[in-house]
Design a binder for this molecule. Sequence first.
Ligand code: UT7
Length: 327
Amino acid sequence: MRRSASIAATGAYLPERILTNADLEKMVETSNEWILSRTGIRERRIAAEGETTSDMGARAAQQALDQSGIDPKTIDLIIVATCTPDTAFPSTACYIQAKIGATRAAAFDLQAACSGFLYALVTAEQFIASGAHKTVLVVGAEKLSSIVNWQDRNTCVLFGDGAGAVILQHREGGRGIVSFDLGADGTQTEILSVPAGGCRMPITPEVLKNRSNFLQMAGKEVFRQAVTAMNRSAEDCLEKAGIKPKDLRWIIPHQANSRIIEAVAQRLSVDMEHFYVNLDRYGNTSAACIPICLHELNTAGKLKQGDLLLMVVFGGGLTWAGAVLEW
Ligand code: UT7
């Protein structure tokens, strides 16, 4: 029999440094008015010089451990969702394993860009559901400031750094992850990518000159695809869970653009008050968005046992994912 996997603890870490829209006005040709009206973002956090994805991920994980009193030595597995790893290898998960002293844990990274955290959560759930593992740490952590082209106003205003973490365990009587949907369309890799830096296009003086080692995005096309895929994924998860949008206490959407979130809300006919939104404060933190939201809701006491949540995301790949969770 499958064992349910519930979230036993949450944590989050946001770097101290705040980069406001007014700050960006001094860096590229943009305005607070444009950024706010087109995206909903007011400010984002930027990691300190030398602060890495694993530093941030470990801080978020440590908070989840402290909050729950779970001994790091009881963690069986660490999965880190990130597209900005500390190094190509070893994995960021291995750095985090050492930093939190999870000496018994297996550790690996999972890459599905902005959809990474839900991909990782669903993967973690399989280990709990099968009975193979009792305690799995799932981290979403990103230092997007390291891959953003700070000369490109089309993208540099959108992203921020941060990390979130959850600890997954079986809980008697709880349903945990009720349904999920994972998807990808690898025919559209070029509309959101970092073209250079891998084996396909190694770093050369030419690459550095063209700045193709930084994130590139066809914003309008990504926007269109995000609305369609997030809506489809949300409906799929609801159908599999046998519930209606009105049964949901919270919808936690990918925090890329408030206009995408409003479009999804409209298509699902769900009032915006049920959507949790913090992109005004952090921008798009990619794989870190969902666990940061979960942690904020949890610490604010806005999650009660039995509440149904829908999480739904979209990102490079293209990838998308949704999951219904009973708290
Ligand atoms: O996490 C992965 C998922 N990512 C997303 O979901 C992002 C999806 N895309 C978006 O959120 C939006 O497409 C953007 C916010 C990126 C852009 O908004 P848009 O309404 O699609 O604007 P646009 O790209 O069509 O640009 C409209 C105008 C252009 O000027 P012209 O060509 O009309 O003269 C841009 O050059 O706005 C200009 N523009 C800016 N102006 C001031 C683009 N970026 C800026 C800027 N400041 N930062």
